[in-house]
Design a protein around this ligand. Structure first.
Ligand code: APR
Length: 307
């Protein structure tokens, strides 16, 4: 049987995820949105690239959640972006209502799936999805640290004029202002960036990484990033669907690891057919550990607002 993957939300991130999933031949794809016509039109357009690109995925667009039936994996990108005059808390409440609705449908039609959250605020929406689904925590995870570390790697590559794929960056914690870039574990061709860049330069790169999303919003004016976010989500989806067990930093449920408990937070984890197979502990400096704690507190504050 062909693998079925559903993407909820046919906006910029969702549609680009569907395109990337198809181009990687990862399975048949169902693209769902509440707006009539958008998922149908985009799905047809993506599928018509098949004869050119060379993939056989069936890509279906729909407004009916019943069509996600028996999906192995559901990527959730449905949500609203912050508009002028809307506070972060307003956005939190509005997206919480959307995620609750979406996850209830996933629970109903794809009860054995793995849920990969993308909607912001990421760590809190992933926690909510876990609560609403009633799934075991390994079957719910969130994308964002992979995006954040890709941004950090890009800035380092640009600074050192190094090949981007040779930079291995590490970012833990929340997807937000208090994310925790980890210079002590970040390398270029195996060499620590602490030996390659001055403290001042590293600080600048850390700050630019923390503001990575806002930098793009400032350029685009309307809307936010979607090429790198969709690349990160689909990379995680591939690890799950192909059962690679690769360690990928993801928003995962912490149950004592790194001294953190009862929250979704960005930590290194092996991903495979069961979703999160294992959380991996890496060495951190005292300062990085303290920053991770602070990051976790911010997530818990947000989680409390939607209880
Ligand atoms: N069910 C299905 N789709 C929904 C629902 C719902 N209940 N509510 C909203 N949507 C759809 C919207 O109709 C829209 O097409 O979600 C889509 C969101 O798309 P965009 O506005 O283009 O947003 P996008 O840039 O894709 O970002 C989506 O990902 O990276 C995060 O912060 C970002 O939370 C945001 C999410």
């Amino acid at each position: 049987m062909t693998t079925k993957i559903s993407v909820i939300g046919a906006g910029n991130v969702g549609a680009t995820c569907a395109q990337r999933l198809a181009e990687k031949n990862l399975g048949d794809i169902v693209l769902v949105d509440i707006v009539e016509g958008i998922p149908q039109g985009k799905a047809l357009d993506i599928m018509q690239s098949g004869p050119v690109v060379g993939f056989n995925s069936l890509v279906i667009g729909t407004n009916d959640f019943a069509d996600i039936k028996d999906s192995s994996l559901v990527i959730v990108t449905a949500g609203l972006a912050r508009k002028p005059g809307m506070s972060r808390d307003d956005l939190l409440k509005m997206n919480a209502a959307i995620i609750t609705d979406v996850v209830n449908n996933i629970k109903k039609y794809a009860p054995n799936s793995i849920i990969l959250l993308v909607t912001n605020p990421l760590d809190t929406m992933t926690y909510l999805a876990w609560k609403v689904s009633g799934f075991p925590p390994n079957r719910v995870l969130g994308m964002a640290p992979l995006l954040d570390l890709a941004r950090m790697a890009t800035f380092i590559a640009l600074e050192l004029n190094a090949p981007i794929t040779e930079v291995k960056a590490v970012v833990l914690g929340t997807h937000g202002d208090l994310m925790v870039p980890v210079p002590s574990q970040t390398t270029v061709k195996g060499q620590s960036i602490t030996e390659l860049l001055s403290d001042n330069k590293i600080k600048q790169i850390v700050t630019r990484t923390q503001n990575g999303g806002a930098e793009i919003v400032a350029h685009l004016k309307t809307g936010s990033a979607y090429y790198a976010p969709s690349a990160a989500a689909v990379y995680m989806a591939e690890a799950v669907l192909k059962d690679t067990k690769e360690t990928i930093i993801s928003s995962v449920y912490a149950n004592g690891e790194y001294g953190l408990k009862d929250l979704y937070v960005g930590l290194p984890a092996k991903l495979g057919k069961n979703g999160v197979e294992e959380i991996v502990e890496i060495e951190l400096t005292e300062e990085e550990r303290a920053a991770l704690q602070k990051s976790a507190e911010a997530i818990k504050n947000n989680n409390a607002k939607i209880q």
